[in-house]
Design a protein. Structure first.
Length: 419
């Protein structure tokens, strides 16, 4: 491998863009995304995901394109595209396979490049599906003309502590020599070092269980929230007491959305069922979490006593990020509407066009200028928390303020409700 290798990153979303920008500091790096609008925005210094600011985009030497033909022959092709689930919660590999086909048309066998996947998949996809697809389309031989690697993404949208340049990167390769090359590449990106997984399948599995584990723990919290609500016992009071034990795990109840925790367990479950084993714990956790938004809406409706005007504050899947993917707040909004409430939705970070396209929800930028029978703080963005006790001013007389994540306990009006 040359001292300054050439790298092409395919997919410039929440994962690919920060990675490509970091790689550009030590490699000749190209960022490829089929969305020409996305490339135009990045060239203008705007990252709609909020992962890189204008200054970072202006300083980077990353080359941006929406055309594969623009990219030179590379030593590494890194695939960082989404791997969602379909309407039946089955793995949808269409995007990662489309990216694989793009790579197949770009490979220069003379460079013996390594194709590294970061997209979340179940164990076996990289070697049993992606590699053979490249062989089929290119006429090249895997393990001779090109090689495979896997390094699971660990980007947490909006997290400014666990950034790509600080986290430990799990790396794997088709052979020991390939593993060495992949390790050297990523060691140049992060101060957190690399962990050399025993195999590509082990690295794939590590990623998918990280989020499945978190999903199951949150499901337990949501389930006990259901239980304690039956005796008017606040889960937050229970957690305050339980956290005094040194080994109590600090999980909280809530709406589990986003592209990872709400999706990855289905990839693991898919593999399990292919092997003839029913993953009851994994699927039970998913069922509990997927049903939480509807249950919360029903609790709010019951405590409000009747349907009326309702303001839902926040639509993104978590606080302080614009990411709307798999947001369970949309389910909350839908259930409140089904129960008869006239629902208004506000979010200072979400893209209105995307909210309408994905969920049919019209965001109201002037929603905070009125009062409502029910106000639901669904996503505690910093902008909302800065309002502090003024949040109570959004509630009409005899109305209710529902604080799902117990984010503003100072709003102590008798009509306040939380899980």
């Amino acid at each position: 491998m040359s001292e300054r290798p050439t790298v092409v990153v395919i997919g410039l979303g929440y994962v690919g863009l920060p990675l490509a920008a970091a790689l550009a500091k030590s490699t000749d790096c190209w960022g490829l995304d089929i969305d020409a609008r996305r490339i135009a925005e990045l060239r203008d210094g705007h990252d709609r995901t909020g992962e890189l600011d204008t200054t970072a985009l202006e300083k980077t030497t990353l080359k941006l394109t929406s055309e594969p033909a623009d990219c030179p022959p590379a030593d590494f092709y890194i695939v960082t595209v989404p791997t969602p689930v379909d309407a039946d919660n089955r793995p949808d590999l269409s995007i990662v396979m489309a990216a694989t086909r793009t790579v197949a048309g770009m490979i220069d066998a003379a460079r013996a490049p390594i194709v590294v996947y970061e997209s979340t998949v179940y164990p076996g996809v990289t070697e049993d599906m992606c590699g053979p697809e490249i062989e089929r389309l290119s006429g090249l031989t895997c393990g001779k003309d090109f090689f495979l690697g896997y390094s699971p993404e660990r980007i947490n949208p909006g997290d400014r502590e666990h950034t790509i340049d600080r986290i430990t990167k799990v790396v794997s390769g088709q052979t020991p020599a390939v593993l060495d090359r992949v390790a050297v590449l990523y060691e140049g990106v992060t101060s957190g070092g690399v962990f050399r997984a025993a195999s590509i399948k082990a690295a794939e599995a590590a990623k998918v269980i990280e989020n499945a584990q978190r999903d199951i723990n949150i499901a337990f919290m949501n389930e006990i929230t259901h239980i304690f609500s039956g005796i008017d016992l606040s889960i937050w009071d229970v957690l305050d007491a339980a956290r005094t034990k040194w080994n109590f795990l600090p999980f909280q109840p809530g709406l589990v959305g986003g592209h990872c925790i709400g999706v990855d367990p289905f990839y693991l479950a898919h593999l399990s069922e292919k092997l003839g084993y029913h993953p009851s714990i994994i699927l039970a956790g998913r069922g509990t979490n997927d049903g939480m938004a509807g249950w919360v809406a029903e609790q709010i409706h019951a405590r409000a006593g009747k349907a009326g005007t309702a303001l839902v504050m926040g639509l993104t899947f978590k606080e302080n990020v614009p990411d709307l993917r798999n947001s369970k707040v949309a389910d909350l909004v839908a259930r409140l509407a089904a129960l008869g409430h006239d629902v208004t939705v506000h979010d200072p970070l979400a893209d209105p066009a995307e909210a309408m396209h994905e969920y049919g929800i019209a965001l109201d930028p002037d929603a905070l200028d009125r009062r409502y029978d029910t106000v639901v703080l669904a996503v505690p963005h910093s902008e909302y928390l800065a309002m502090d006790e003024d949040l109570a001013g959004l509630v009409a007389p005899d109305g209710m303020f529902a604080d799902i994540k117990n984010a503003v306990p100072k709003v102590s009006d008798p009509t306040r409700w939380t899980l």
